[in-house]
Design a protein around this ligand. Structure first.
Ligand SMILES: O=C(NCCCCCn1ccc2cnccc21)c1cc(-c2ccc(F)cc2)cc(O)c1O
Ligand SMILES: [Mg+2]
Length: 214
C-alpha cells in the first residue's frame, strides 16, 4: 500500500539530513514541505517566532501538545540547555512512530520524550508519572478545539506557575476562537498575538503568546 505523508517526510529526512544535526533536519523538512509536499509543521516563519520565545525564556521543563512528525520538538529541543527536558504528546500512533525517528535522527532522544495518548487523559497524570511540578513553557499545536479545555485542565492540575509561557499555533488558521477569547479576556493571562502565515503558504496565521500570571 502507499506510504503516508509522514512516512515520505521521514524518508526525506533520512535521505537528506545529517544525523545528529537538528539544524539540517529542520531545513530538510522545510525545503521538502515547501517544494514537494505540504505538511502541517509549524514551519520556518512561525518557527522563527517559536525560536525567539524559547531562546528568551530558556525553559527547563517544556510540554508540547501535538508532535505530528516531530518538527517543532526538534526546533524546541535543539535550543534547550543541558538538563532541560521536552515532553511531547501525540495522539496518533502513526505520527508518533515517525516523530520518534525524526527526533532520533536529530540526536535529541535524550532531551525530547514522546508520550502517546490524548492530552485530556495524560495531563492529570503528568505529575505522578513524570515527577513534573510545573512547566516553564507549553507549545499548543494539537486539536484546535481542544486548546481551551486543555489550558483549563492545566490550571486545575496546577501545572502552571507565575510566568509560565504558553504559545499556541494556528490561532487564525485553522483557528481557535474560544481559546483566544479566553486568554485575551482572563485576568490570569497577559496575551499577545504574533501575526505570521500558515506554514509554507501566503495565508494568514499566527501564534498567541500568553503568560500565566498565577
Ligand atoms: O490540525 C492541526 N494539528 C493537529 C493535528 C491532530 C491533533 C491530534 N492530537 C495530537 C496530539 C493530541 C493530544 N491529545 C488529543 C489530540 C491530539 C493543524 C492543521 C493545520 C491545517 C490543516 C489544513 C489546512 F488547510 C490549514 C491548516 C495546520 C497546523 O499547523 C496544524 O497544527
Ligand atoms: Mg500547527
Amino acid at each position: 500500500t502507499r506510504t503516508t505523508r509522514p512516512q515520505r517526510l521521514l524518508k526525506a529526512v533520512q535521505d537528506r539530513a545529517i544525523r545528529g544535526n537538528p539544524k539540517s533536519v529542520i531545513s530538510v523538512i522545510d525545503h521538502y514541505c515547501r517544494n514537494q509536499e505540504w505538511a502541517m509543521n509549524v514551519g520556518d516563519e512561525k518557527g522563527f517566532i517559536l525560536d525567539s520565545v524559547v531562546s528568551e525564556l530558556n525553559p527547563q521543563t517544556v510540554l508540547e501538545l501535538g508532535t505530528y512528525c516531530g518538527y517543532s520538538a526538534v526546533r524546541i529541543g535543539r535550543l534547550l540547555h543541558s538538563g532541560a527536558r521536552l515532553l511531547t504528546l501525540e495522539f496518533n500512533p502513526d505520527y508518533a512512530a515517525v516523530a520518534r525517528e525524526v527526533i532520533s535522527w536529530a540526536g535529541l532522544e535524550n532531551t525530547v520524550q514522546l508520550v502517546e495518548g490524548a492530552s485530556g487523559d495524560w495531563i492529570p497524570r503528568l505529575r505522578e508519572h513524570f515527577g513534573i511540578h510545573t512547566f516553564d513553557f507549553i507549545f499548543l499545536d494539537h486539536w484546535k478545539e481542544g486548546y481551551l479545555a486543555d489550558i483549563k485542565l492545566l490550571e486545575e492540575c496546577r501545572l502552571l506557575r507565575k510566568g509560565t509561557v504558553l504559545l499556541a499555533d494556528n490561532v487564525v488558521c485553522p483557528g481557535a476562537p474560544d481559546y483566544l477569547e479566553y486568554v485575551r479576556k482572563s485576568p490570569l493571562y497577559d496575551s499577545r498575538y504574533f501575526k505570521s502565515h500558515l506554514e509554507y503558504t501566503k495565508a494568514e496565521d499566527g501564534l498567541e503568546k500568553s503568560v500565566y500570571l498565577g
